[in-house]
Design a protein around this ligand. Sequence first.
Ligand code: HAM
Length: 428
Amino acid sequence: MIQKAKGTYDVYGEYGKKIKELEKLMNSLMEKYNYEYIRTPHFESSELYHRGVGETTDIVSKETYDFIDRGERNMTLRPEGTAGVVRSYIENKMYGDAINPRKLWYYGPMYRYERPQSGRFREFYQFGVEVFGTENPMMDAEVISIPVNFYKILGLKGIKVNINTLGDKESRDAYRKALLEYFKPHLDDLCEDCKSRYEKNPLRILDCKVDSNKEIMKNAPKIIDYLNDKSKEHFESVKKYLTILGIEYEVNPNLVRGLDYYTHTVFEVEASVEGFGSQNVLCGGGRYDHLVEQVGGPSTPGVGFAMGMERLMTALDFEGINLVEHDHTDCYIIPMEGAVDYSFALLQDLRLNGFSVDIDYMNRKIQNNFKNADRLKAKFVIIIGEDEVKNNILTVKDNHTKEEYKVEVLDIIDFLDEHLEECDCHEE
Ligand code: HAM
């Protein structure tokens, strides 16, 4: 039997319902924040990721799905969303529009050739935002507030916000120099990956999972001591605005993030519930004031985040949160012999009038049809036989109270409107 590719998964059943509910909430949250939806292609030229995300990052050096298309072009399935959105921002000259800041949001699959494990997939979904055109630290705080508020709306309790700053270019260069000097005599104590990070991007050594508990890591220089005044001021303001927004956070001086493009603020939100598992980072992001320029656009500051939907689903399950409230069918139609065509037309009519309706396609016996109505959590069952067709009067049964009504076909929409509202009241 042909099986799904390693690190991928199918969506159906309860998971499907829940993810659809999350998508609705995500849409409505982004309307409230006044963000504009953007969709970019799932594959881009490989060069974009080499330039945008960075050659030294794991996701580009080890994890991309690369292919050569039939026109001999080097293409890559997107490993993340930021680079593509930046490319689109530049290509569509959004920097020339009067809309400033440009606040964009996206949702879709990303691809990384990682070792699959719980919370880590090769095809996974991200919901993210990218904001262009402002250095204002209020925006850093707004961006951090989006996932935090989303988790709050969903009812997640065990979350923790970690923040840090990488400073501007000047501060970062000074810090880089300090790290090179500090780690030089300790190179033999570091893992092989860290040895190569030392050459290419020493900041990433701080992010190493293998070496994280070693004494040399704990005593490494801290960025906070290398920040120039401008960078310090920016970070202090971000913290102040987070406090104003009522967002609790912890400053983690070793948080550097796995991607090369960050400047100033970086942050991650983790599921801090015991037993959650090692892949507990629910989302991450930060500021990237040089990325637009790096990808070939005019100098434009940017800030954003992305959250993994699979880890969010796990966190919801872990905390026993069920989002699917409207898990019912308004009406289930049971056509008897001689009434199938009439019933099928009624199904169409009711659906076009906004009701969720289903019909028996299996020619079930009447008892089995009532069982099926229960399975679909139908609020009303409409039974249609030859008499009903002849008289244009429907037999409608309230599936909860079992009360039976005779309703003229012309009145069925009003009847359902009225009675479904009553049903919803009962539920509350
Ligand atoms: P990232 O930290 O690489 O950042 O990914 C963001 C989130 O995507 C992670 O926190 C995690 O929840 C989820 N994620 C990443 N890899 C996997 C995987 N293999 N399986 C399941 N979930 C995964 C970015 O992608 C940046 N583009 C975020 C950003 C936007 N920074 C600025 N703007």
